[in-house]
Design a protein around this ligand. Structure first.
Ligand code: FMN
Length: 392
């Protein structure tokens, strides 16, 4: 099978080969118990491996308990939590796909309620309950709440910074020991590491705040420490919010500079999302600080310009994400140099077999050879029956 379709060309990053360029974006499920993966996580993530996405990321997985967004978020601050993820890793590998983990700390956006329960921070006077649990003290670069009505985070002191950095390193080691072959650091969407980068989240006066160098310092230290702790052959990704889209916020020019610095400490791929530094949903702002209309925020590939610019100007591989829906659209992003990888979120939840369907649409897999063996022969038979019925 000759394959000029880029979407289905393998990509080798360090010693890890992704079988294609399709990535399942991290997707919080708010279904963990005490940070432990549940049967839902197995069903959810294994479905994408049956669908043959090249790289399947876990949801944002907290490196320490207070770094969870909600009580129901996945965690990897204990060996037992990592062990609970092992069957998922093994299944993804058995499908020829690569398991990845997004390591996260929610910072001042922690201690909230799952979106399908009730949005926003858990009220401080809230009684412990089965749905929300009790609120907890959040941490951040500066004691600035996300928005009115949010918890005031405690400012991390030098010892606190060290603890968080160590938690990222310990979590990365556990993830590697469990078999994850790609790690991504969550530096986007207003969570802890993003709030260090953005002047809107970071008003420190020590070496970890102030100018761009100061604000980049802690995220770069975390990246360098994680890089040093994991094997050389494993790729390290970083998800950034390429723009804050708010006056006085982080800009695409900052992202280019930061991406160059990340490359220097051994980050291999920059995953380009946007927004989230304030309380508003992240798809609502543009580079000039103007709110996007809801139409432009939903436009296909609206964040691709960020991944293209980072890729071109920072000389690092990039991943595009955000309303990538159509196989031809995804192929065009790769062919035109907009990104090295495409990540899908909502679309792949709608159709977990999106990669297999895309391969059929793009003529890469006319005989259903990519499908899991257990399905391939039957799906082929189904196609023949369809053909016969059309001829009749
Ligand atoms: C249900 C849901 C959960 C998400 N969880 C995460 C997450 O854990 N980490 C993250 O970086 N982004 C998360 N995102 C953002 C997605 O990874 C993705 O960037 C975003 O949905 C845009 O891609 P899409 O248009 O293909 O959905 C989530 C999005 C959704 C819809």
């Amino acid at each position: 099978m000759s394959n000029t379709v880029k979407l289905f060309q393998p990509l080798t990053l360090r010693g890890t080969t992704l079988p294609n360029r399709i990535v399942v974006s991290p997707l919080c499920q708010y279904s963990a118990v005490d940070g432990f993966a549940q049967p839902w996580h197995f069903a959810h993530l294994s479905t994408f491996a049956r669908g043959k996405a090249g790289l399947v990321f876990t949801e944002a997985t907290a490196v320490e308990a207070r770094g969870r967004i909600t009580h129901a978020c996945l965690g990897i601050w204990s060996d037992a939590q990592a062990e609970a993820l092992r069957p998922i890793v093994e299944f993804i590998e058995s499908m020829g796909c690569v398991p990845g983990m997004q390591l996260a700390h929610a910072g001042r956006k922690a201690s909230t309620r799952p979106p399908f329960a009730a949005k926003g921070p858990i009220p401080l006077n809230h009684e412990d309950s089965a749905t929300d649990g009790a609120p907890w003290q959040t941490v951040a670069p500066s004691p600035l709440p996300v928005a009115d009505g949010w918890h005031v985070p405690a400012e991390l002191d030098p010892q606190g910074l060290e603890e968080v950095r160590d938690a990222f390193v310990a979590a990365a080691r556990r993830a590697v020991d469990t078999g994850f072959r790609v790690l991504e650091l969550h530096m986007a969407h207003g969570y802890l590491l993003h709030s260090f980068l953005s002047p809107l989240g970071n008003q420190r006066e020590d070496a970890y705040g102030g100018d761009l160098d100061g604000r980049m310092r802690f995220p770069l230290e975390v990246a360098a420490a994680v890089r040093a702790a994991i094997p050389d052959e494993l790729p390290l990704f970083s998800r950034i919010s390429a723009i804050d889209g708010r006056e006085g916020g982080w800009t695409i020019e900052d992202s280019v500079i930061f991406s160059r610095r990340m490359a220097e400490v051994g980050v291999d791929v920059v995953d380009c999302s946007s927004g989230g530094i304030g309380g508003a949903p992240r798809f609502r702002s543009d580079d000039s600080g103007k709110p996007l209309t809801s139409d432009s925020a939903r436009a296909p590939g609206f964040q691709v310009p960020f991944s293209r610019q980072v890729r071109e100007e920072a000389d690092i591989r990039s991943m595009a994400v955000g309303v990538i829906i159509d196989p031809q659209q995804a192929e065009e992003i790769l062919q035109s140099g907009g990104a090295d990888l495409v990540a899908l979120g909502r679309e792949v939840m709608y159709d977990p077999f999106w990669p297999l369907h895309a391969a059929e649409t793009l003529g890469v897999d006319p005989d259903y050879q990519m499908w899991p063996t257990q399905y391939a022969w039957a799906v082929d038979r189904r196609a023949q029956i369809q053909l016969l019925n059309r001829l009749d």
